[in-house]
Design a protein around this ligand. Structure first.
Ligand code: AMP
Ligand code: GLY
Length: 365
C-alpha cells in the first residue's frame, strides 16, 4: 500500500500527541506540522505557517502532495478550512464551516439541541443588552452567561448573583471585550454534577467513541485558582460505566449527528460534547468540533488502533467497519506551565532532563 504524507495543523500538546500516535502507523511516510512545536520537530518537519493562514496551508499541501490533513484547533475549522481544502481536491479530516458552528456559535448549538430534543440546560437567547439586563433582575441565581462566538474558552461565566451577572454581561455586550463574539449571549440554567469529555469520530452516519475522559481546568490542586486551558486530564473515567456510555451515545451523540445531517450540514470529523452528569442524566454543556486539549494526550497513550487507518476509513465513509481499540489501564496527563500562567508569563524557557526519561509508558508532549 502507498505510504502517505500527512499534515497536522496546530501547535499544542494535542497535535504532538496526535502526531506521535500517527507516526506509529505503518501507513505513514512523513508528517508535517504547521506550525508545530519543539516536540513535533522530533517526529517530522515543522512548517512556518499559522493555523489561520488557510490559503498558505492549502498551497503548501498542494505543492508537497499531502495525502491527508488533520486539523487540531477550532479556529481554522470555524474559518472554513475544510470547505476550502475540499474545493482544492485535498483530503482533510474535520467538519465544514457550517457544521463547525456547533462550536463556533453557542446559539446555533442551543437551537439545534432544542429542535432535536438533545438534553441540555434550559436557556434564553439575547441580542439586546437592555432586554438581557432586565431578565437578570427577575431571574434566579446561580446562572450561566455565555458569549455566542469563540472567546478562547473565556466567554462563559457561572454567576452566583445579579451583580456578577450584570458585570459580565456588560463586559460582553457593552464593552465588547471579545468583539462581535460577545454581541449575542445565551443565559442558561446552572447545572450540577461531574463534568466529562466525550469524543467520537464520525463520517456523518456512523461514529466510534473514544474512552470518556475528564480534564482539570483550574490552575491549582483541589479545584482552586483561575481557569486555564487545562492543567491535566485522564482516561477512562471510573464512574462512567458501559451503560452510561450507551446512554450518552443514544441520547446525545447519535441524535446530534443525525440532526446536523437533517439541517444540511452533515458532520465529518471529531465531535466532542462536554457533558455534565446531572441527577436526571447526562446533559450537554457545550459542543466542540475537534479533539480536546489536554484530553487527547491520555487518549493517544491508550489508543491501540491505527489512528491513520481510522481517519482513512472516515474519508471513505467506511467507519462502520472499524473499531477503536484501547489498551487496558489508564493514562494521566499533567500539564507543566511556566510561572505566571494563565496570566502573563515568560516564553522560550528551556525544559531540561527529557533525556532521563527512559520509560516508554511516559511521553512528554
Ligand atoms: P463552556 O464555555 O460552555 O465550555 O463552559 C465552560 C465551563 O463553564 C464548563 O466546563 C462548566 O464548568 C461551566 N458551565 C458551562 N455551562 C454550565 C452550566 N449550564 N451549568 C454549570 N456549569 C456550566
Ligand atoms: N479541554 C477542553 C477543551 O479542549 O475544550
Amino acid at each position: 500500500m502507498k505510504k502517505l504524507r500527512i499534515l497536522v495543523v496546530g501547535q499544542g500538546g494535542r497535535e504532538h500527541a496526535l502526531g506521535w500516535q500517527l507516526s506509529q502507523s505503518p501507513l505513514v511516510k512523513k508528517i508535517f506540522f504547521a506550525p508545530g512545536n519543539s516536540g513535533t520537530e522530533n517526529l517530522g518537519e515543522n512548517i512556518n505557517i499559522k493555523v489561520d493562514e488557510i490559503e498558505k496551508l492549502a498551497d503548501f499541501a498542494k505543492k508537497e502532495k499531502i495525502d491527508l490533513i488533520i486539523v487540531g484547533p477550532e479556529l481554522p475549522l470555524v474559518l472554513g478550512i475544510v470547505d476550502f481544502f475540499q474545493k482544492k481536491g485535498l483530503k482533510i479530516i474535520g467538519p465544514t464551516k457550517k457544521a463547525s458552528l456547533i462550536e463556533g456559535s453557542k446559539i446555533f448549538a442551543k437551537k439545534l439541541m432544542s429542535k432535536y430534543n438533545i438534553p441540555t440546560a434550559k436557556y434564553e437567547i439575547f441580542t439586546n443588552f437592555h432586554l438581557a439586563e432586565k431578565y437578570l433582575k427577575k431571574t434566579t441565581y446561580p446562572l450561566v452567561i455565555k458569549a455566542d462566538g469563540l472567546c478562547q474558552g473565556k466567554g462563559t461565566k457561572v454567576c452566583d448573583n445579579q451583580k456578577e451577572a450584570e458585570e459580565f454581561l456588560k463586559k460582553l455586550m457593552v464593552k465588547k471585550i471579545f468583539g462581535s463574539a460577545g454581541e449575542k449571549v445565551v443565559i442558561e440554567e446552572c447545572l450540577t454534577g461531574q463534568e466529562i469529555s466525550f469524543m467520537v469520530i464520525t463520517d456523518g452516519k456512523d461514529f466510534l467513541s473514544f474512552l470518556p475522559s475528564q480534564d482539570h481546568k483550574r490552575l491549582l490542586d483541589n479545584n482552586q485558582g483561575p481557569n486555564t486551558g487545562g492543567m491535566g486530564a485522564y482516561a477512562p473515567v471510573p464512574f462512567v460505566n458501559k451503560n452510561l456510555i450507551k446512554r450518552i451515545e443514544k441520547e446525545i451523540v447519535s441524535p446530534t449527528i443525525s440532526a446536523l445531517a437533517k439541517e444540511g450540514c452533515s458532520y465529518q470529523g471529531i465531535l466532542y460534547p462536554g457533558l455534565i452528569l446531572t441527577k436526571k442524566g447526562p446533559k450537554v454543556l457545550e459542543f466542540n468540533c475537534r479533539f480536546g486539549d489536554p484530553e487527547t494526550q491520555p487518549l493517544m497513550m491508550l489508543l491501540q488502533s491505527d489512528l491513520l487507518a481510522i481517519f482513512l476509513s472516515l474519508i471513505e465513509g467506511k467507519l462502520k467497519k472499524k473499531k477503536l481499540v484501547f489498551k487496558k489501564g489508564a493514562a494521566v496527563c499533567v500539564v507543566l506551565a511556566a510561572k505566571g500562567y494563565p496570566g502573563n508569563y515568560e516564553k522560550g524557557g528551556i525544559i531540561y532532563g527529557l533525556d532521563k526519561i527512559k520509560n516508554k509508558d511516559i511521553q512528554v508532549f
